[in-house]
Design a protein around this ligand. Sequence first.
Ligand SMILES: Cc1cc2nc3c(=O)[nH]c(=O)nc-3n(C[C@H](O)[C@H](O)[C@H](O)COP(=O)(O)OP(=O)(O)OC[C@H]3O[C@@H](n4cnc5c(N)ncnc54)[C@H](O)[C@@H]3O)c2cc1C
Length: 490
Amino acid sequence: MKIGFVGAGVGTLHAALLLTKRYPEIDITIYEKEGRVGGRLASVDFKSGGRIDQGPTIVLMPGKLQEQLAEAGLDGVELLRIDPLYDLHFDDGTVVTKLGDVVDQAVAIERQFGEGRGFSEFMHQKSKDYDISVSKFLERSYFRKSELLQPGMLKPLVKMHALETAHDHLKRYFKNKYLRMAYSFPTFYIGGNPYTTPSIYGLIPYREQAEGVWYVKGGYFSLAERMYEVLVERGVRFEFNQSVERVTIQDGQATGIVVGDAEYHYDNVVLNGEFPLMEYLVEGKKPKAYTPSGGTLLLYFKMRGKVNLPVHRFLMPNDLEPLMNSIFHQDELPEHPAVYLFNPSKVDDSLTDCEDSVVYALVPSPRNFNREKFEQHGFIETILTKIESHHPGFRDQIEEMQIRTPQDAKEFGLYEGGSFGIAPTIRQSAALKTQARPYPDIERLYAVGASVHPCGGVPIVMMGATLLVNRMEQEMRWKNEYSDAGIRNV
Ligand SMILES: Cc1cc2nc3c(=O)[nH]c(=O)nc-3n(C[C@H](O)[C@H](O)[C@H](O)COP(=O)(O)OP(=O)(O)OC[C@H]3O[C@@H](n4cnc5c(N)ncnc54)[C@H](O)[C@@H]3O)c2cc1C
């Protein structure tokens, strides 16, 4: 059995790990247009030495991540707990700090805002909603869109008020505007606008508070590097700098892929790039229109010496809604931007030599902006000034700065320059989203990644990889064809 993967993002890497763990003799080739694995799990390498994550930084659902790594037989990945999780500094001086202990958090919210009870109710209710969501919506595949209309699916959605927006839903628990913002903005972790994203995605801030925020020692990019090492040991072939141009289809079945002048035969093909961009590759299919996720401007800093910042800090405007409107609806730069600061050197000395440190700033931004346009509006300068006003002396410590814009993301292959795949909207969720088998009329063609069900975010894309492998097993009836030791009669 030969499987060809298009793209070496974390979705592919985890699926290949699961497949090789379950069926050691399976024959896998992974085609990647870049010269490295990981996709968005990449590092920025400074000329002056030192590395920092280019993309993901926050480990959400650490329990799920560890469980999935164990299932794939991957060891050697160390997770560090970050406590306090992070703090939010609003422009008017209000500070909201999220603590690792939920009881301490309730006490702190009671002291600061008199809303400890609302917080406890939020945690209690969301813990129930989370368990239902994982079993009913996340850890299952869909075969038909109509499955969503079954009473067993609709009832919990109604009960959870899942169609209220993430921000408005919090009015049920919090009166204070800062708390509403603090517990709804994490929908942006998957590129969603908290003022339009359904509240089912608002479970992210609940889970973050319940399990804490964790960090991958060595950087998130080192997870991809470790996955690659193990896959090579297991005999998986990687073809780097090979951009797949076409997936061949014959008699309703995927039969192989085309790279340049060469055509390669595979029994199964798996697509890992962004939808709808992958749809251009499939013979006979027309790309559909999707709503892209939010864009980000990223500034990466190599700093002289240590920086007095926690691992995660958010600099927030007093009102997040105008910012979200400008980047999602008006395609304009926000008047009052938000900045997420990531300072991994606080807990990880392996990223730089000596006493220097690395920091990254992520700024939610309109998607159609390139570097020139940001500079024309003096926006990068605005961000540096904002950081400096929170952290006097920051500029003087900068040794090197690198910039990544939504336009760079688009050129890399992220749909419309959105950082997080397609946006988490109702029409792009659950049964309405592209599934592990994207086309009911094409057999042996599969998909995995941030724009495929269940969603973006590293542990969730890995859950999608598990759904993919389970579905392949089910459709191929591999369980009968393979023994534990590998291929029996294919
Ligand atoms: C700035 C940023 C911050 C983020 N922060 C977090 C965070 O804190 N926590 C979190 O959990 N998640 C975060 N994410 C999201 C997370 O990185 C993604 O959800 C996840 O990495 C997506 O994995 P994927 O499997 O979809 O693959 P991708 O990363 O999309 O990789 C796909 C691969 O396919 C390759 N490819 C595409 N087309 C072709 C072709 N035709 N031929 C060959 N190869 C091709 C690409 O080169 C790429 O390597 C962040 C993302 C970004 C950009």
